[in-house]
Design a protein around this ligand. Sequence first.
Ligand code: GRF
Length: 187
Amino acid sequence: MVKKNACVFISGTGSNLKSIIHSSRDPNFPVRINLVLCNNKKALGVNHAKKFGIPFRIINGRMNKFEQLALKELAERKIKLVCLAGFMRILSRNFLRRFNGKIINIHPSLLPKYKGLNTHKRVLKSKDRFTGCTVHYVNEKLDNGRIILKKRVEIKSQEIETILKKRVQIEEHKAYSMAIRKIYNTS
Ligand code: GRF
């Protein structure tokens, strides 16, 4: 299989990055991660890139500087897919247009429910029986692009936010790679 080049954007822990890197080591996985971009110099997630010898760049400062350098790097490395994984900034309309239809994200809820931040807190205040995660294309509206895949998690009685977050993340780590396989019809 000829793998496509992919880049992961992160801002924090990078547990989703780690799971995608692990999947990408399978020869039948459709993408190879050849770049990690991070906008936060304190992000622990870059250690996963270091450990696996994946080139990474930490680009601090304003978003237009990040985007300018990102576009240069993405072009140089012929990146065909950008995976946002805990990337805590909003990409500009211009950037999204330049990479139209090639940017995906993971969100810790069953979209279209609970877009935005503090998802688990809001879920726990609701009477919902299920939550989960969603991998979706990124468009100009927050957490609003076409859905690729969702995974469901049952909310237990007396559930607390930290535990729910962990249980949802276990599903996120499966969902992201499944979604990438689905995009390239290799699931
Ligand atoms: C994940 O829960 C993801 O759903 C959200 O940000 C978190 C990132 O976690 N978008 P990590 O950095 O991948 O560990």
